[in-house]
Design a binder for this molecule. Structure first.
Ligand code: ADP
Ligand code: ASP
Ligand code: MG
Length: 413
């Protein structure tokens, strides 16, 4: 008998039929003798609908009221699923985030979990209940409803699994595991049997939204066995683990991530004297804008160019700040581009394979794709390119690194 936390995403509970299918799956596990805590998202499209609704009333909706509104999506699905479970003769009980005592800080819209009180849950489980918990939400210590950021039900699932010391946290979604890249973009993408926490964290933070970044962080920190599976089909899915996909030799590249969430800004002709980077980036961070990639060019004529990327949502704010800084520093001009994409190759095997970055650049050159910025770490290489070539780049890299083949990547691309 195992204790499983099963999280079902929006598409998996997107209709009454899908909720019934989830109830059947839970019933099956329950009949096998497992204790089950289910975490559900809002029905697909519902959170977006609520956001639009709010914006139609208040252009920049109040953060506290926004969380009150957004948390209703998950409240609908916990009740419906509990009813579907009861219809099948199971004992079931729904819980909102505050009822299950998920305490968060008060950062509305991106709250972080501080504590989970498991006492009530444990006694309900001992009585044979299936617990159905609303994902994505909690309450601060004053009882204000908070939400955990888009995709946050994954984090609720992992956090409950950690707090309850569950045997496994199963993330049920509309794909049957973690693939070498988004299977919606590359048909030949291959499901991975295993992927390391480290790689999954990079994939998630570089744009693969199959798991929310914080859920992976949480699982890594508390060593929660985490699996991504399909709620539509049967299968083993992908296990997120400490040792990854073991083959004779670790492939250099395990996956490709991409996103269109960034925008690029350049300040040209900045005096090449100490303190400039701090002035420029200081003003950006004072405006509460996070910077991702940063490149400073070599000095020509005693001036230098400085380029960085920010989240596209912060583009206008960053641009305004940068124009002000440019005037202040006597810089020549500001250039900006929000039609960019970031494409990244990820793999722990890169540590032991030389020339991975150059293979990547070669594959992009063969498709005549211009690289605008590059950043690397031990286990990833990211490039910024023109947004219109993003899918072409992902496909070219997927085939260059032979990711459709199980033991790919051992020979250089
Ligand atoms: P849910 O609503 O169940 O939380 P999401 O839409 O958040 O589901 O995440 C699942 C989606 O993630 C898939 O439909 C797929 O298009 C996308 N995705 C992106 N990268 C990957 C990847 N490497 N492997 C699998 N799915 C991926
Ligand atoms: N419903 C929320 C969202 O759409 C949380 C989630 O689905 O994980 O982001
Ligand atoms: Mg999701």
């Amino acid at each position: 008998m195992a204790l499983l936390v099963q999280k079902y995403g929006g598409t998996s509970v997107g209709s009454v039929e899908r909720i019934e299918a989830v109830a059947d799956r839970v019933l099956k596990h329950k009949q096998q003798g497992d204790d089950i805590v289910v975490v559900v998202s809002a029905m697909s499209g519902e959170t977006n609908r609520l956001i639009e609704l709010a914006k139609s009333v208040q252009a920049t909706p109040d953060a506290r009221e926004m969380d009150v509104l957004l948390s209703t999506g998950e409240q609908v699905t916990i009740a419906l699923l509990s009813m579907a479970l009861m219809k099948r003769g199971l004992l079931a009980k729904s819980y909102t985030g505050s009822q299950v005592r998920i305490t968060t800080d008060n950062a509305h819209g991106k709250a972080r979990i501080q504590d989970i009180d498991t006492e009530a849950m444990k006694s309900d489980l001992a009585e044979g209940n299936v617990l159905v918990v609303a994902g994505f939400q909690g309450a601060d210590e004053l009882g204000n409803i908070t939400t955990l950021g888009r995709g946050g039900s994954d984090t609720t699932g992992v956090a409950l699994a950690a707090a309850l010391k569950a045997d496994e946290c199963q993330i049920y979604t509309d794909v049957d595991g973690v693939y070498t890249t988004d299977p919606r973009v590359v048909d030949s993408a291959r499901r991975l049997e295993k992927i390391t926490f480290e790689e999954m964290l990079e994939m998630a933070s570089l744009g693969s939204k199959v798991l929310q970044i914080r859920a992976v962080e949480f699982a890594g920190k508390y060593q929660v066995p985490l699996r991504v599976l399909s709620s539509f089909t049967e299968g083993e899915g992908t296990l997120i683990t400490t040792d990854g996909e073991q083959s004779m030799e670790q492939p250099a590249v395990s996956g490709i991530a991409f996103n269109r969430d960034e925008a690029k800004l350049t300040i040209k002709g900045v005096p090449d004297v100490p303190g400039m980077a701090s002035k420029i980036l200081g003003s950006i961070s004072d405006a509460n804008v996070e910077v991702d990639m940063i490149v400073q060019n070599v000095s020509i004529d005693g001036t230098t160019d400085f380029t960085f990327t920010v989240h596209r949502n912060d583009f206008e704010k960053a641009s305004k700040e940068l124009h002000a800084v440019a005037a202040d520093l006597g810089a020549k001009e500001v250039l900006q581009d929000d039609k960019i994409a970031k494409v990244s190759i990820v793999g722990v095997g890169m540590r032991s394979h030389a020339g991975v970055a150059s293979s990547m650049f070669k594959a992009l050159a063969q498709e005549s794709i211009n690289i605008q910025l590059i950043s690397t770490s031990e286990i990833k290489v990211s490039v910024i390119i023109d947004e219109k070539y993003m899918e072409l780049a992902v496909r070219a890299l997927h085939s260059a690194f032979k990711l459709n083949e199980p033991d790919a990547g051992v020979s250089e691309a």
